[in-house]
Design a protein around this ligand. Structure first.
Ligand code: NG1
Ligand code: ZN
Length: 531
């Protein structure tokens, strides 16, 4: 077939370094940028096949999120804006690792296995972050798409969640929104402005927010968004990419892991601040108190704020819808306790990686999911959306109920349900704080985090560690879990676990205990047990 000849010919322009093997991990492929050209070309091929198979638009995002600027990565986005299914992750790995001469055979195997009709049309949308390598790499993706005669639309510089949104809009005939960045800004800003009308007394000072853009795409897109917000949010942007290096000493991952403010931000006492990560799908908040002490409000605090707000509105509206919060093993123990015992919401724990949380959240009427690192969103079931819409226009409903339903309706519109989105989450948090008349300190005081520590350990082969129970217990190597259990017993309110990272060649150690000194000791001892 002519298409395969084209693949053979073009793939020679995107040669695979012999012997290099990579794996489609938690967030797609990620490694040093100069090892990725062939992977990009091949992901263009695979996205085209996926599009033919699903008869839908598929997304390909070129980014390595919070990784250093020299890295890059790629991930595929499925029709409803979610991560690609596990079987196709497997195909992605096979295709990326096929030596040059075996490429067409692997491609044909996938086509056969999935019974793909190659005469189907295909449509692929692409996007990229601001890494210097991203432009060429996304060109390689487009090369792959054109080889198999797929249609492509390159959105160029967009945040990861913006591309997820484009995919979802494209496959729902515009019902979710218009598949343009303009459509995205208009949808979100309209909902935000409607919500903040319920907080008419907000002062300019309360509208002020300091944003660390991680020197990445989020900063660029925040500048574009600002014009649509009509001063209802007054953003002061730091690390906007004009001089600093992407993710270097800044961004959500740095702030969360180091538990300190990003460099280059001038925060006054009590000033509300937030950080995006390198592709703007994560956000964390923080402030310095009057004594200069740093306070972090991570994904767990965000999930708590949002679920409290939703529960209150549902009660006021008299709507019987179940709210659940989905977390991972990294969720601070205090947050889980607060959610279960005080808020009385269902809490479930999944493996790390948004696809697991997203999947679990789909099981509920309203599923709030957040990783502690600030990656998350809220999913509303069809039933929940319909009930809210019906009540909002019910002529017999009381004014109070109607108002709550309207607030819920605008909240739904403000949320990017395709994936966690720093810009959308930020606007939601700002709206909730405004409506509830809450300061960042009051939000922080909902519960007190247990001191915690995350460490990375380099080992010869991280895959020797296998885990169970949503990654909270190690099954192999033999004896490791017993050692961890023995160490944890020595401390109060302690918990610890280890797991191999899905995005870096390291083993991650996490620990919690009653004091920072104790938890630092525990994390260190656990990291020694890993060797
Ligand atoms: P790994 O490297 O598997 O721990 C990290 C984050 C995940 C997720 C992915 C994708 C932590 C502990 N892990 O995964 O939560 O965000 O990157 O970006 O933060
Ligand atoms: Zn990210």
């Amino acid at each position: 077939m002519a298409q395969f000849e084209e693949v053979s010919k073009k793939s020679a322009l995107h040669p695979k370094p012999t012997g290099l093997t990579l794996q489609y991990g938690t967030a797609g492929f990620r490694t040093t940028a100069n090892h990725l050209d062939h992977v990009m070309f091949r992901m263009g091929l695979l996205a085209t096949l996926r599009s033919k198979k699903t008869k839908s638009t598929i997304g390909v995002m070129v980014t390595a999120s919070h990784n250093p600027e020299e890295d890059n990565g790629v991930k595929l986005i499925d029709p409803m804006g979610e991560m690609v299914t596990p079987a196709w992750e497997g195909y992605a790995t096979q295709l990326a690792n096929a030596e040059q001469e075996a490429l067409c055979t692997v491609l044909k195997d996938i086509i056969e296995k999935e019974a793909i009709d190659m005469s189907e049309a295909a449509s692929v949308v692409t996007g990229r972050d601001t890494r210097p390598s991203s432009e060429n790499l996304s060109r390689a993706v487009l090369d792959g798409v054109s080889c198999l005669e797929g249609q492509s639309l390159d959105f160029g510089l967009v945040t990861t969640p913006q591309l997820h949104y484009m995919v979802l809009c494209s496959n729902t005939s515009g019902c979710y929104g218009t598949a343009t960045t303009q459509g995205y800004y208009e949808k979100l800003s309209k909902a935000f402005i409607e919500l903040t009308k319920n907080a008419p007394k907000r002062t300019d000072d309360q509208k002020r927010l300091l944003v660390d853009g991680a020197n990445g795409i989020g900063a660029l897109k925040m500048r574009e968004m600002e014009a649509f917000l009509k001063s209802e949010l007054q953003v002061e942007l730091f690390n906007d990419g004009s001089s600093g290096k992407l993710n270097y000493l800044c961004g959500a991952d740095y702030v969360k892991v180091q538990q300190k403010p990003p460099q280059g931000m001038h925060m006054g006492p009590g000033q509300r601040c937030c950080s995006f990560d390198g592709d703007a799908d994560r956000i964390v908040y923080y402030y310095n108190d009057s004594a200069g002490r740093f306070h972090l409000l991570d994904g767990d605090k965000i999930a708590t704020l949002i679920s409290t707000y939703l529960k209150e509105l549902l009660t006021q509206a008299g709507l019987n819808l179940q709210v659940a919060v989905v977390q991972t093993a990294y969720a601070n123990g205090s947050s889980t306790q607060y959610l279960e015992n005080v808020m009385k919401v269902t809490v479930c724990c999944t493996k790390t990686g948004v696809k697991h949380l997203h999947h679990a959240a789909q099981e509920f009427d309203i599923g709030v999911y957040f990783e502690a690192n600030g990656h998350g969103t809220v999913l509303f079931s069809k039933k929940a959306e319909e009930k809210i819409q019906q009540l909002a226009k019910d002529p017999n409903a009381s004014d109070e109920k109607k108002l709550s339903a309207k607030l819920l309706e605008n909240t739904v519109n403000l949320i990017n349900q395709a994936t966690g989105d720093a810009i959308s989450d930020m606007l939601l948090i700002e709206a909730v704080l405004a409506i509830r008349g809450m300061t960042v300190q009051e939000w922080d005081a909902i519960y007190t985090d247990l001191p915690n520590r995350q460490l990375k350990v380099k080992v010869a082969d991280r895959r020797v560690i296998d885990t169970t129970d949503a990654e909270r217990r190690a099954v192999t190597p033999a004896g490791l879990q017993d050692s961890i259990d023995a160490l944890v017993k020595k401390y109060k309110q302690a918990r610890a676990f280890v797991r191999p990272s899905g995005t870096e060649d390291v083993v991650r150690v996490y620990a919690e205990a009653d004091t920072q000194e104790n938890v630092d000791g525990l994390a260190h001892q656990v990291s020694l047990a890993v060797y």
